[in-house]
Design a protein around this ligand. Structure first.
Ligand SMILES: NC(=O)c1ccc[n+]([C@@H]2O[C@H](COP(=O)([O-])OP(=O)(O)OC[C@H]3O[C@@H](n4cnc5c(N)ncnc54)[C@H](O)[C@@H]3O)[C@@H](O)[C@H]2O)c1
Ligand SMILES: O=C(O)C(=O)C[C@@H](O)[C@H](O)[C@H](O)COP(=O)(O)O
Ligand SMILES: [Zn+2]
Length: 358
């Protein structure tokens, strides 16, 4: 078991590994025993595979379980209201505890509900995807708006994150790919040696569990350090958005859930790498090709369809276009581009991908 501390106020811990839910029996038992109700909000798919692991760890406690739609389809106002209705129907109060169980989508919407129910109740994150090594840590909660990704949400830290890595065994290939994009994002913005190691991976399925766990813990440590420095994204936290200006536009334009978040981020990082012509760009594009990221999407997507979403990005003000450039690995920087410059880079990106796929 690995543990990463997140020194926000209040601070909390991320427990990563086989048997992470044991912490519910040990360290967090007093907190759970003190709750008047415990509500579990679970992604229905994740619950069908792994709910029993959580139930075993919470044995003897009176739980109320709400299953929400699988994945991105849950990140909307309907599910948000359904969670609140469920909490009210079950007579939850300010002394109740919520446990979010699932990938980033379930974690984001359940975290948002926890942060707003009676103005905020204690909650735990129990991530079940690779990508959620990112989403479960750092306290960003959200639902989507048709006009933009994560447009409605809060900063609200969990009491702890219990990351049972046995849950990752049932992830479909596309979700492994999606999650690994946020892993390599953490490497790009922090650590050339680690990036080197990740760029050697040509097939995620060949990666041993222990190695994956180490990458997840490293990613969580990178994220924790940035969140500690800038919890509410006035400065350094923007670097965690590497690849995301274009990614969120791709997701919004396609319709939420049509392209996985991580796959969109993988494509968005190509754009951000091209801003300062990062020396590993070609190698990274080849890594994306080898690992099956949908590079072809970019050749079909017109810049003008993505532009309105990028102008509404949360890093932007007054319609400017804000990206995270990477002049060298580990040295991210905010880049404000003119529309003309962004269009030129997008054209370069499309040409590069056409060459690689030819
Ligand atoms: N809050 C943050 O800081 C943050 C960070 C990164 C991403 N996000 C958000 O996270 C979301 C993406 O999260 P995600 O990639 O975890 O996707 P997801 O939550 O949409 O889950 C993807 C799919 O995997 C299924 N699933 C979940 N766990 C499973 C398991 N163990 N076995 C089999 N299937 C399983 C889900 O039912 C779903 O169909 C996006 O909405 C993104 O915006 C938030
Ligand atoms: O935690 C952060 O900060 C991030 O930017 C992490 C991202 O991977 C994540 O997708 C996040 O939800 C994006 O936030 P947003 O504020 O751009 O919606
Ligand atoms: Zn992300």
């Amino acid at each position: 078991m690995q543990t990463v501390e997140v020194n926000t106020a209040p601070d909390y811990r991320v427990h990563i590994g086989h048997g992470a839910y044991q912490q519910f029996k040990d360290e967090y038992r007093p907190l759970l025993n003190g709750a008047d109700k415990i509500a579990v909000v679970a992604d229905e798919q994740a619950w069908s595979h792994h709910g029993s692991l959580l139930l075993d760890a919470l044995g003897g406690l009176d739980l109320r379980v709400l299953k929400i739609p699988a994945g991105e389809q849950a990140k909307n106002a309907d599910t948000f209201m359904a969670i609140h209705s469920f909490l009210l129907e079950n007579n939850c109060s300010r002394k109740s505890v919520l446990i979010a169980f699932g990938g980033g989508a379930a974690g984001d919407v359940a975290g948002f509900a926890a942060s707003t129910f009676m103005r905020g109740i204690v909650y735990f994150q129990c991530p079940t995807t690779i990508l959620a090594h990112d989403s479960a840590v750092g306290g960003k909660t959200a639902i989507n708006h048709p006009s933009g990704k994560n447009m409605i949400g809060t900063f609200y830290q969990p009491a702890a994150v219990l990351y049972e890595t046995r849950t990752l065994a049932t992830l479909p290939e596309g979700e492994v790919r999606s999650g690994m994009a946020e892993v390599i994002k953490h490497a790009f913005i922090s650590n050339p040696g680690w990036l080197e190691e990740l760029l050697k991976i040509r097939q995620f399925s060949a990666m041993p569990d222990k190695e994956l766990e180490t990458h997840l813990a490293k990613g969580i440590a990178v994220k924790a350090a940035i969140v500690e420095e800038d919890e509410q994204e006035h400065g350094a936290r923007k670097f965690l958005n590497f690849g995301h200006t274009l990614a969120h536009a791709i997701e919004g334009n396609a319709g939420y859930g049509q392209v996985t978040h991580g796959e969109a981020v993988a494509l968005g990082m190509v754009f951000d790498l091209l801003i300062e012509e990062h020396p590993r760009t070609d190698e990274y594009v080849d890594w994306c090709r080898a690992n099956g990221y949908p590079l072809n999407l970019l050749t079909a997507l017109a810049f003008d369809n993505l532009l309105p979403y990028m102008k509404r990005d949360k890093k932007s003000s007054g319609g400017e276009l804000v990206f995270i450039a990477l002049p060298e690995t580990g040295v991210p920087a905010v880049a404000v581009l003119t529309e003309e410059k962004a269009r030129i880079i997008y054209g370069k990106l499309q040409n590069k991908i056409r060459e690689v796929l030819a």
